[in-house]
Design a protein. Structure first.
Length: 307
């Protein structure tokens, strides 16, 4: 590029030159100095931007990926459901937090989320309450995009002790885990169909794919939910339906299951029980992968490989 006398430009970098300076020598030194200063400034700006992104991203690929979407997460006053609600909200979703009881805990979770979220008490084993839960979401937000069927119930009974698996336990397990999930999904489906990416994630269990579980009834219900997942995925597209099948998870529900946690720590290749956030991350993966449906994602630290 031609030299301009008093003021010159090399590679489009402006260089101020005093009268009488030699362009080939002093000007080149000044150019290199200015170029280095620009490089330092750009590097600092990039580092500051990356630091800000890392601080705000909170582990999500895109913090605004679910912005404007509305999610119902059942059983979300603690444990897996709470972790899922937090992950979805961190990604921008407005969340309807739910529990059958534990009202104060549920309200606290909803208030602590970074998006406009609410708490609705409902026992999904009562069909009318499940319908009311969907209606509450629509009344507040005007849409429904995501349903995470996390609510569940069990009462531990050794598999060989058939007499202890009473009809009351059997029915209650099915009422919450199967009927409740079925009724709520039916109520939500017409509204999920109106979403640009309506989807359902059922939280099931490896007890639905292996002959294990806290009771025979519990294992049966989780197998039913896994089958329901693939049937709905086939029948209800383009609404996507997937499931996460956890192994043993450290939650308030399993806090006193010391023997089981020790067994998993000794047997699973990853040598520990899952955390609620391990499962929540899987839920968000299925929610955000828009070309995945009909999948049962096992998240058990490899435990099912050994049993």
């Amino acid at each position: 590029m031609a030299w301009n006398g008093i003021a010159g430009r090399y590679y489009d970098y402006p260089i101020e030159v005093t009268a009488g300076e030699s362009a080939p020598s002093l000007t080149w030194a000044r150019y290199m100095f200015h170029r280095h200063q620009h490089w330092l400034a750009d590097r600092e700006a990039m580092a500051a931007g990356l630091s800000s992104w890392r601080q705000s991203a909170k582990g999500c690929l895109n913090v605004a990926e679910l912005e404007g979407r509305v999610a119902i997460v059942t059983g979300s006053s603690s444990g897996i459901g709470e972790a899922a609600a937090r992950r979805l909200a961190d990604a921008g979703a407005q969340v309807v937090v739910n529990s059958a009881s534990s009202v104060a805990a549920g309200e606290s979770v909803a208030e602590s989320l970074p998006t406009d979220s609410i708490y609705v008490q409902a026992d999904i084993s009562e069909q009318a309450q499940g319908i009311a839960l969907v209606d509450a979401a629509l009344h507040r937000f005007g849409r429904l995009d995501i349903l995470v069927n996390n609510a569940g119930w069990t009462s531990p009974v050794p598999h060989e002790d058939l007499e202890s698996l009473t009809d009351e336990i059997f029915r209650r397990t099915f009422d919450v885990n199967v009927f409740g999930t079925w009724w709520l999904t039916k109520a939500a489906m017409p509204h999920l169909r109106e979403s640009p990416d309506g989807n359902v994630v059922n939280v099931t269990s490896i007890a639905g794919v292996r002959p294990i579980g806290s009771s025979i009834a519990y294992s049966m219900t989780k197998a039913a939910l896994n089958q329901l997942t693939v049937l709905l995925a086939k029948s209800c597209g383009p609404v996507r339906v997937n499931a996460v099948a956890p192994g043993l998870v450290s939650t308030p529900w399993t806090a006193d299951w010391d023997e089981m946690h020790e067994l998993v720590a000794n047997k699973a290749p990853l040598r520990r029980s899952a955390t609620p956030d391990d499962i929540a991350r899987a839920v968000v993966t299925l929610v955000t992968n828009t070309y995945t449906t009909g999948e049962i994602m096992v998240v058990d630290g490899g435990l099912s490989l050994t049993i």
